[in-house]
Design a protein around this ligand. Structure first.
Ligand code: SF4
Length: 203
């Protein structure tokens, strides 16, 4: 949140440069060739003429679409990058190397485009930034963990600020930076402030 408060006020000639999970923008790059639902909180950003939204799907980059679903086993995205955890598909295929390559491509894009903020799809093994699955999401007792997916972790460890489409309080501040006439809805919360998060993770 504090980082977003420090963002400059963009103009049409000097737009804010935002990297977005391609599916959040409506592109059908999900594992099942859908856009993983509709997220007005992210689509709102695309509607401003003083924001340059760069869209990228790291899993499509490495594995194509449609593809299997994958999750992180044995840790979080940073653990994958540091060799302590793996990315496995539903059928058990090891996608670790491909996911790391995807994260490197996402970082390359972010640096080339001089990205000022990334808005990524939470829960994804690639793009998640707040909460991800621990092991397979198709397990009988699926388990969530706090942490980032592989590609979000790659951005974060290289100094790029990442928020999710569910960080509504941060997004409210972002909208007001983009559009100074936007009245911040102070009732909105970030994902880590929700009752679900606090209850599930005993915070
Ligand atoms: S890898 Fe990221 S951009 Fe691609 S479908 Fe999954 S969440 Fe969306």
């Amino acid at each position: 949140m504090s980082y977003i408060n420090l963002l400059r006020t963009p103009t049409a000639t000097h737009p804010l440069r935002v990297l977005m999970s391609a599916c959040l923008s409506g592109i059908a790059c999900g594992y099942d060739s859908t856009a993983n639902g509709t997220y007005p909180s992210a689509l709102k950003i695309i509607g401003y003429d003083n924001v340059n939204v760069i869209k990228f799907c790291p899993e499509d980059h490495s594995f194509g679409t449609p593809r299997e679903m994958c999750d992180i086993h044995g840790g979080t995205g940073i653990d994958v990058l540091e060799g302590r955890a793996k990315v496995l598909t539903d059928s058990g295929i090891d996608w670790t190397d491909g996911m790391i390559r995807a994260s490197e491509k996402m970082l390359e894009i972010a640096l080339n485009e001089r990205i000022e903020l990334a808005v990524l799809m939470d829960i994804s093994a690639a793009c998640g930034s707040q909460v991800i699955y621990s092991g397979s999401r198709f397990a009988e007792n699926k388990v969530y963990q706090i942490g980032a997916g592989v590609c979000a972790a790659q951005l974060i460890r290289n100094g790029i600020k990442v928020i999710s489409q569910r960080d509504y309080a941060s997004l409210e501040v972002l909208y007001s930076k983009i559009d100074p006439t936007h009245a911040i809805d102070t009732t909105r919360t970030d994902h880590h402030e929700t009752e679900w998060y606090k209850t599930y993770f005993n915070k």
